[in-house]
Design a protein. Structure first.
Length: 147
């Protein structure tokens, strides 16, 4: 009922499916499928080549790996990325997961394909009794609107 697949358009790329490092690890490590450079003070989208499927009452939360800030002066700018269940097989992007990386350092950081940058944790969530949400997502970042 939950898992990872290689997204369309990445089938011939060196994509690593996210995996836990140990039996006690909470997070599944996400790696870059293509090299990436992030200039100082800027945000870039890191390609993972991965899509995730889950139950409708679950979310995949993406957190920076603990070594990311110290080793690379990079972090996820909003602290956590949220991947909703209806992002999977999205008609506009197939649900391919991109991770925002912000460089708070003073030099450009270049990461090679295969570098582990983030970890994903699946969680269940609750809704209110009078919930009125409807429809299905189309698009990626910010696709549900600003208001």
């Amino acid at each position: 009922m939950r898992g990872f697949e290689i997204a369309d358009g990445y089938k011939n790329t060196e994509v690593k499916l996210p995996a836990r490092s140990t039996t006690s690890s909470a997070g599944y490590d996400f790696s870059l499928c293509r090299s990436l450079s992030v200039p100082p003070g800027e945000i870039r989208l890191a390609e993972t080549g991965i899509k995730a499927y889950m139950k409708q009452d679950e979310v995949l939360k993406i957190y920076p790996r603990s070594s990311l800030p110290k080793a690379f002066t990079l972090t996820i700018p909003n602290g956590v990325g949220i991947i909703d269940a209806d992002y999977y097989e999205n008609p506009d992007n197939d649900g391919a997961i991109f991770i925002q990386l912000y460089n708070f350092g003073t030099e450009t950081v270049t990461l090679e394909a295969g570098t582990r940058i983030a970890q994903g944790i699946f969680e269940r969530y609750l809704t209110i009794d009078a919930d009125v949400a409807q429809g299905r997502r189309n698009g990626g970042f910010g696709s549900t609107g600003m208001r």
